[in-house]
Design a protein around this ligand. Structure first.
Ligand code: DGL
Length: 283
């Protein structure tokens, strides 16, 4: 079997890269739905349908587990697909398959609590509030998933999301770093104005933003901790595979990269964290 990794574009490669480091022998197939990127400005129904099509494609390639390395797909579509589509699809396929997301591991990392934990102490007063900023696509911000799920678990954390409508598209198109830095700075300042101060910690809640994490770090006050989604997702996948021995991640070290968009080499921003250019095959 192989592990599928899905994103609208190149952002999910940040997660994929960490997964490959963590499971070097495993077989990986990455799918970028670049024909339909960016997802962040799309309606919920469109995101559900596109995410489903991506998963179907990866299952057809032999993947048993698909990791949605996309906050927009995970926050808008994952629960819907798991509840309303996957059970019947599994029966149709006749083998166990599953879809995992990126939001649950991020919330576990942000709260320091396992997902199963929900606060029992809602009446207690929090002495100090830790302000957590979330930079995300408009669709992820609209879902309020980080606000809702963190609030269920930690009363002493206040979450403020900043939608960044143009950023994933710019990163996907390989925009120059100075242009990206100016946009990121504007969003960091907008969030600061809304909160009344800078956040204590931040989540880069779109995997594209991880590619320019250093620009966020430079725009935020020095030393602001960033919650790293690639790391959190790799930890969560390791725990998942341990609990589910029926899913074997392969052992040939296969690395395939598929795109619904233009095949060939990806933009040079990808090279900055991957080290070498990546060639994509048509999906
Ligand atoms: N990288 C994705 C995310 O984490 C999607 C960005 C987009 O397509 O708008 O949300």
């Amino acid at each position: 079997m192989a592990i599928g990794v899905f994103d609208s574009g190149v952002g999910g490669l940040t997660v994929h890269h960490r997964l490959v480091e963590r499971f070097p022998a495993a077989d990986f197939i990455y799918l970028a739905d670049q024909a339909n990127a960016p997802y962040g400005g799309r309606s919920g129904e469109e995101i559900v349908e596109l995410t489903k099509a991506g998963c179907v494609r990866l299952f057809a390639e032999g993947c048993d587990v698909v990791v949605l390395a996309c906050n927009t797909a995970a926050s808008v579509a994952l629960r819907r697909l798991q509840q309303t589509w996957l059970p019947a699809y599994r029966r149709e396929l006749g083998r166990p398959v599953n879809i995992l997301g990126i939001v649950v591991p991020t919330i576990e990392a942000a709260t320091g609590l396992p997902w199963e934990h929900e606060a029992q102490w809602r009446e207690e007063k929090a002495e100090k509030v830790d302000v957590l900023g979330v930079f995300a696509t408009p669709a992820t911000a609209r879902s309020r998933v980080y606000e809702i799920e963190i609030d269920k678990r930690r009363q002493d954390v206040a979450v403020f999301s900043e939608p960044c409508p143009e950023l994933a598209r710019m990163i996907e198109a390989g925009a120059p770093r100075e242009e990206l830095a100016a946009v990121i700075d504007r969003h960091v300042q907008a969030l600061k104005t809304r909160i009344g101060r800078h956040p204590d910690r931040a989540i880069l809640g779109c995997t594209h933003y991880e590619i320019v994490a250093d620009l966020f770090q430079a725009a935020l006050p020095a030393g602001t901790p960033l919650i790293r989604q690639p790391e959190a997702t790799a930890d969560a996948l390791a725990r998942y595979l341990e609990r589910h021995p029926e899913f074997r991640p392969g052992e040939r070290g296969v690395r395939r990269f598929l795109t619904t968009g233009r095949p060939g080499e990806q933009n040079s921003l990808v090279e900055t964290f991957w080290g070498t250019p990546l060639r994509f095959e048509p999906a």
